[in-house]
Design a protein around this ligand. Structure first.
Ligand code: HEM
Length: 339
């Protein structure tokens, strides 16, 4: 607050927004390399050593597993530091916004927890539960950084009087909130199930598609059962997202953010199923696997964005109130950013 009692007007700078974009892409990349690491069995490429790699600061890069694991560690180190710097910067400047607090703490918290779990997975030689948690938390860290970036772009638009996602986030009906939250929770559970299938080595149990080994219903037992449940979950998710899109049709003109988000979510689920079929038919080859993961992260980012858009926002006036702290504008400036 300045001496006159008014707040400084500081819309998110271009460099802060760009840092957010680069950090989000960085989080996407480290997740991809993390999945590549486990899929290729490279998680122990540095032996059971952490933070050293095969007892050295810079190991001998003489085989592919060492390159992937060491590369993963380097990328995590670089991008996680960058993302943490970005989140602290946003937190210092815009802490009056609950969204900024939640996404920064989510991002920073899961980066820390994920790094600790990554180290534990290496030192305790990859227990499946630790690996599964590690991957799930990696996605949450990426979403924290990504949504914080989206929010800063929205804030910038709002402060400059342009239509923004924040402006759209008026009170949404309880049924819409329930639809969106249920879709998010179901997606997260389906992702964990996919991870479980992979860690049990059941991914190749149904190497045919759309039928599983020629059967419509191959049963729920054994590895085939695990793989079959994964496919059933995909069908259920497709039905759920189609129903969500249908439900959100009522907001087509008033809430384009929700309708478009749900439309792209449905497309992402179809893409997920297509890459899944391709993966099964490829007998779980590395390229198709990475494609399945690439669409998975976009799908999860989209459904998380929908959750952001159904949470009511503080008005700019509320956020700028003295009780709300020094976010950086007066109520007059909220209506006239140049004031
Ligand atoms: C739309 C929902 C889907 C989601 C959210 C999803 C998600 C996932 C996830 C998270 C993994 C594990 C990655 C890992 O931790 O290594 C996975 C693996 C796998 N998915 Fe999906 N998937 C979906 C649909 C499908 C479909 C429809 C198929 C096949 C028709 C399929 C085939 C596979 C296969 C074969 C693997 C195993 C890879 C391995 O054994 O390493 N997925 N999926």
């Amino acid at each position: 607050m300045n001496t006159s009692g008014a707040y400084h007007f500081i819309p998110p700078s271009r460099s802060m927004k760009w840092l957010g974009v680069i950090s989000t892409i960085g989080m996407y990349i480290i997740n991809m390399v993390g999945f590549l690491d486990t899929q290729t069995g490279s998680a122990l490429g540095c032996g059971p050593d952490w933070p050293l790699c095969n007892g050295e600061v810079i190991p001998n890069l003489n085989n592919i597993h060492v390159i992937i694991e060491f590369g993963h560690r380097m990328l995590v180190g670089g991008f996680a530091l960058l993302a943490t710097g970005f989140m602290i910067w946003a937190l210092v400047r815009y802490r009056a916004f609950i969204e900024v607090k939640i996404f920064s703490l989510l991002g920073i918290g899961f980066i820390v927890v994920q790094s600790a779990l990554g180290a534990l997975a290496v030192v305790f030689v990859n227990p499946p539960t630790v690996l599964a948690l590690h991957l799930g938390f990696g996605l949450l860290a990426m979403v924290g950084v990504g949504l914080l970036t989206v929010f800063l772009f929205q804030l910038d638009a709002q402060m400059h009087g342009r239509p923004s996602g924040i402006g759209f986030r008026r009170e949404t009906s309880p049924s819409t909130k329930a639809w969106v939250w249920s879709t998010w929770i179901f997606t997260y559970l389906a992702i964990y199930w996919g991870s479980y299938v992979a860690f049990r080595g059941a991914g190749g149990a149904c190497p045919t598609w759309p039928l599983c080994n020629g059967k419509v219903f191959p049963g729920f037992s054994g590895l085939v059962g695990l793989d079959f449940i994964h496919r059933l979950a995909a069908v259920a998710l497709a039905v759920l997202t189609a129903a969500l899109l249908w439900h959100l049709k009522q907001y087509r003109s008033t809430r384009p953010d929700l309708y478009r988000g749900a439309f792209w979510l449905f497309i992402a689920v179809l893409a997920q199923i297509a890459t899944g079929a391709n993966l099964a038919l490829s007998h779980v080859a590395t390229g198709p696997y990475l494609l399945h993961i690439a669409t998975l992260m976009l799908l999860f980012a989209d459904v998380s964005y929908l959750v952001l858009q159904v949470v009511p926002s503080k008005t700019l006036e509320q956020a700028a109130s003295p009780a709300g702290s020094d976010v950086g504008w007066t109520p007059e400036q909220a209506h006239n950013p140049q004031a």
